[in-house]
Design a protein around this ligand. Structure first.
Ligand SMILES: Nc1ncnc2c1ncn2[C@@H]1O[C@H](COP(=O)(O)OP(=O)(O)OP(=O)(O)O)[C@@H](O)[C@H]1O
Length: 364
């Protein structure tokens, strides 16, 4: 998969800028605050319908503007794919090859993308919601139906949550709670199965990478912990029973206590949680291995590597890990966009661009 070009209009600090990318490594160089990350964010938004930095499109609008437009030309299986994303008067509109898409799942995953920045360490250091997000984003790239599943599940969770909050002893609709619970189970099972399946595949792909990053000394494991049970099968068979057992507590605490919205993806280093025991360097190796594993899994599933976006990552890695990453990219010929503040002489090849005050110029 490849990006040929992107145009950004009124997106962040870009007024109207177009960039042509090349196969292989594309290196965006510029001082701080010039707009390197904004390009990466624009591409990511165009491909996933979401920003990884903010939740609201309002913040992506160039200041004092009320519409932004992104246009991109990509290559998939040797065919051109045109994607457009428009935001105007607080409404989003997306098109693929000039055809409007009704839902996010109609275009997410068409062109796959893996994004990696120093903030990704939050996957290890942060709470379960960060790890669920990583896993769900990965699944969505391979199985777009997962997005609809999550949306439907979240709606039911909101409705059940509202019902729990309106509890009074006299007026409580147990039958309505049962209805929501049935839907939570039906949708929740599918979410659990997707997550457990992809976790296993991530582990199988990430562990050999982690081993070669650490000279075979340490072992990476990832385990999807569904409903606090050891296996997904056990969680699914006990889903309904767990819900019945917790109903009184849910009413007391006005919180939904059972469901995959509370699950965790355990990232373990030699059997111990990376969050608690891994050093900073080990945490970086864990994240790097998981990201490279994502690339491999998408390649296995789709027959092509996704686009790789590396935002300010190289400066964060030690020499060994940086060389490993560069070798990986160069040997697998993944089209990669890398941002940095000054040229890195470890990169043998690549097209250089300079980014200055919202303008981009190709230098080589
Ligand atoms: N909504 C917006 N409208 C206009 N300008 C914005 C908007 N959001 C951010 N900016 C500007 O964009 C610039 C930041 O761009 P970006 O995050 O891409 O920087 P960068 O080149 O990646 O820098 P660094 O190397 O520090 O990460 C800042 O000058 C900021 O003021």
């Amino acid at each position: 998969m490849m990006i040929n070009n992107i145009s950004l209009q009124n997106f962040r600090n870009y007024v109207d800028e177009s960039i042509q990318f090349m196969p292989g490594t594309n290196i965006l160089i510029g001082d701080n605050g010039q707009g390197k990350t904004n390009i990466i964010e624009g591409i990511y938004y165009l491909l996933t319908g979401k920003s990884y930095r903010v939740h609201r499109e309002q913040e992506l609008l160039r200041w004092e503007q009320n519409e932004f437009h992104l246009y991109g030309e990509f290559i998939l299986n040797k065919n051109k794919v045109y994607l457009e994303s428009h935001y105007k008067n607080r409404k989003k509109m997306v098109r693929i090859n000039q055809v409007s898409c009704q839902r996010l799942s109609d275009f997410v995953g068409t062109i796959n993308v893996i994004f990696f920045s120093p903030d990704d360490l939050v996957m290890i250091k942060g709470g379960p919601s960060e790890r669920r997000r990583f896993l769900d984003l990965h699944i969505a790239q391979m199985r777009p139906g997962h997005v609809s599943l999550l949306n439907a599940y979240n709606k039911v969770i909101q409705q059940k949550g509202a019902l729990l909050k309106s509890y009074t002893e006299k007026h409580f609709k147990y039958s309505q709670i049962q209805l929501w619970n049935e839907q939570i189970i039906e949708l929740g099972k599918k979410i659990i199965l997707n997550r457990a399946d992809l976790t296993q595949r991530l582990q199988d792909a990430a562990n050999p990478i982690y081993k070669s990053l650490t000279s075979n000394k340490e072992k990476l494991q990832v385990h999807y912990n569904a409903l606090g049970k050891k296996t997904a099968a056990e969680a699914i068979s006990e889903f309904s029973k767990l819900m019945d057992e917790k109903l009184e507590q849910e009413i007391d605490r006005q919180l939904i206590l059972v469901g995959p919205h509370r699950d965790d993806l355990q990232i373990l280093l030699d059997g111990k949680p990376g969050r608690l025991y891994a050093s900073q360097g080990q945490q970086r190796s864990l994240v790097l291995s998981l990201k490279l594993a994502e690339l491999e899994l998408i390649q296995q599933e789709k027959g092509e590597y996704p686009l790789l976006l590396l935002d300010d990552v190289l400066s964060e890695l030690d020499r060994f890990r940086r060389d490993y990453l560069i070798r990986f990219i160069e040997s697998s010929r993944i089209q990669t966009l890398i941002t940095m503040t000054s040229a890195d002489n470890h990169l043998d090849s690549g097209t250089l661009y300079s980014v200055k005050q919202g303008h981009i110029r190709r230098e080589t």
